[in-house]
Ligand binder design. Sequence first.
Ligand code: GTR
Length: 328
Amino acid sequence: MKKILGVLLSVSLVTLLFAGGASVVFAQKVLRLAETHPQDYPTTKGDYEFARLVKERSKGRIVVEVFHSKQLGEERAVIEQVQLGAIDMTRVSISAVSAFVRDLDAFQLPYLYRDAAHMWKVLNGPIGEEILKKHEASNFVGVGWFEGGSRNFYTKKQVKAVSDLKGMKIRVQQAPLMVGMVEALGAVATPLPYGEVYSALQSGVVDGAENNWPSYLTTSHFEVAKYFIVDEHTRVPEITVGSKKLFDKLPKEDRALILKAMKDAQAYQFKLWVDFEKVAEKTVKEKGSTVTQISPAEKQKFVDAMKPLYDKQPPEIMAVVNKIRAVK
Ligand code: GTR
């Protein structure tokens, strides 16, 4: 008995159940999931729903523990840990993973998707399935997608047109494509971890940043960069990636159960996202942000300015881009 317990303890937590005097020993697998956002953010609530489904469907054998609010570190560091097999999973933006899985660039180019419905058709269809599988070549498991809305620029000085961004220092995620995107607009890209953006804006290290409404609110960036321009340059899905090293140790059925639970948590997270996006927009306006809407003609100028970025993409990325565009 002692020996068996020892073995089990070395791989997982052991739970003892005493039922009518008889003892049943079963191994409970605990998977750690890192999340950068606070506990009540839509992606975090999606993580909890995913965890709930995993626990329920595995009858308590698999427990996903959510570490929110960067408890396990900033996204890039966490992704490295997942790749090495020190953390089981993380929910991040695909931009952050794209530094490791360059094929993801095809899914985050500016003005790529017609709308959220188009993006979701791509992600939940064969093109999305294929890129999730491709993560394995970089020692990840593509677990599944969440909604992340569209991203917009926000700055310390008002930007009303694409030409106003020229020469401005803009914080981007630590992703080569995002650097290229900001450079295409004639601005200076400053890649920084998410948690450093508030002080970089406050101290003037950067003149602006870009993100979706929920992040603009929950990071309080609106306090230090009060001009928000609704240019909707990208629609960047959120993704959960797992550690291939750790997932390879799981039985096939458990792996399938985990992937299915993520898929089934999507609709819940999407609904929370849509609701919170509206709340975030309303709240930042009430707190004094100046929101600039742009005309279709000005938006077209943003689209045109991004063309050189597409021209720089390798043929294999453009092949996927064309497939994405063809999805009706
Ligand atoms: C948010 C995203 C985070 C993080 C952040 C950033 O929209 O949900 O995972 O990538 O953007 O800009 O660093």
